[in-house]
Ligand binder design. Sequence first.
Ligand code: UDP
Length: 242
Amino acid sequence: MSDSTCTPVYKRILLKLSGEALMGGDAYGINRQTISEIVAEIKDVAALGVEIGVVIGGGNIFRGVAPAATGMDRATADYMGMLATVMNGLALQDAMRLAGLNSRVQSALDIEQVVEPYIRGKAIRYLEQGRIVIFAAGTGNPFFTTDTAAALRGAEIGAQIVLKATKVDGIYTADPKKDPSATRYDKISFDEAINRNLAVMDATAFALCRDQKLPINVFSIFHPGALKRVVLGEPEGTLVYC
Ligand code: UDP
């Protein structure tokens, strides 16, 4: 008899980890303790047999929009941001190695001496073999974000859900930092999220998920066990459904 309390509801997931999640309490960069805690959460889910693709952000190292605002060429700044995600991808892979997890990094920009290029068929084969695939360099194009890369890679690899791991534990009626009366949605439809003008992901990412009928679950990576609860179909954070 199978134990339904340990049966994942998703076979393949796309986890979007923001760069800021890797900072822990630091002001920038990668906090080793934090990254190993995140990897432990991922390991628990991998142990359930779930196939895991990860899109890693770069905001802890470099965000293109801010330098562009101070006069730097936006596309150049965005390429720097994408390169930052490659550094995070390598750090994440190394933390996975230390935890005994088998992973591969694939980059949307060609840096073949460092990581292999993104090849969809190969990524899917790795997933089928139980390896975790870390997708770095976003979409490979400036003027996009890693949220959009998460939606894109999620759709490409046939993930059943995009899990957006952030520092906040879901989607709120208003910014909880500014409005103490803000409440969290347990679930909300794509249409309602649009009507209420809620910033779940950036608009491109959100539209892609909606078009592809790819649900999104926003949750806090700092709630111990939250990732596993999401994968087991337990209420955690906010589910955006079609
Ligand atoms: N970026 C880009 N194209 C992409 C993905 C990312 O140009 O497809 C750049 C962009 O400058 C962005 C930076 O990389 O600000 C880091 O990504 P993001 O801000 O999404 O990281 P996160 O907020 O998740 O840490």
